[in-house]
Write a protein that binds this ligand. Sequence first.
Ligand SMILES: CCCCCCCCCC(=O)SCCNC(=O)CCNC(=O)[C@H](O)C(C)(C)COP(=O)(O)OP(=O)(O)OC[C@H]1O[C@@H](n2cnc3c(N)ncnc32)[C@H](O)[C@@H]1OP(=O)(O)O
Length: 246
Amino acid sequence: MLRGCVSLARGLRPGLRAAPHGAWPGPRLAAAPQPFWGHTAGFSQLGRPKDFALPNPSWSQDMMSLYNKFAEMAKDGTWKRIPSYDRSVDHLPERVRQAFKEVRQDTRFFLRNTDAEGIGFEYVMFLNPTEKRIVCLFQPGPYLEGVSGFAHGGSIAAIIDSTVGGCAIFAAGKVMTANLSINYRNPIPLGSVVLVDSKVDRIEGRKVFLSCEVRNVDGQTLHAEATALFIQLDTKTSQQQEACSP
Ligand SMILES: CCCCCCCCCC(=O)SCCNC(=O)CCNC(=O)[C@H](O)C(C)(C)COP(=O)(O)OP(=O)(O)OC[C@H]1O[C@@H](n2cnc3c(N)ncnc32)[C@H](O)[C@@H]1OP(=O)(O)O
């Protein structure tokens, strides 16, 4: 029990973040922790809805190359691919999902609200449970245009909110964004691939503080940086708490 908590706490040490959060991270030597995120078996059983966080023909070479690198790193459990669905509630780990008693049937998850591949949000997230970190590979399609040829700031905010949100859900269960502060540093060309690299910085009571950087594939261009505050709504649904309980 204690070991599980200690290994998670170690994941927060700043040194692990010393490498710029942009370029895709190299393979990690840290021991693989318990796969807290949604116990992926629960997400991949027969009868589950379509998983959109898998390669499709619209993915560019950069996207495929990064995906393959993370998929390789996922083999030892250091990173875990997070399945993605077109309904919000399906993203939640089973234990958190149970907290939602009634769920509307006519809704779509905002980032998965276009049916055609490649025109909207193409993305896949990978969780590193030890580091309480999620890296999202994001390829904005032409329907996300803001200034001509570049991604709309709102679409960038949405992918950041969802990525840091994933971290917050992992750490604290049922949460909502209370604050999201973004500095946009360089525009993101439509069709390019960026890495949205987020982590939990600290948790104080019900407050989960996170930070995030968005960089291009080689890590040299900082597109955006953000901080976020999420508020835990239900203290019983944290996977971390679950993992630390007997
Ligand atoms: C893998 C895929 C994952 C997909 C993830 C998708 C994530 C998407 C997330 C979202 O977009 S959520 C939608 C946008 N957010 C909202 O609509 C939230 C609207 N706001 C609220 O519902 C409430 O304000 C909120 C739940 C955030 C907080 O209300 P509470 O009544 O639960 O908390 P309260 O006001 O008592 O505040 C608790 C603490 O947080 C602090 N706090 C609350 N809001 C704050 C704020 N905005 N800034 C700073 N501090 C804040 C507050 O001061 C206090 O601090 P102390 O405990 O120290 O006194």
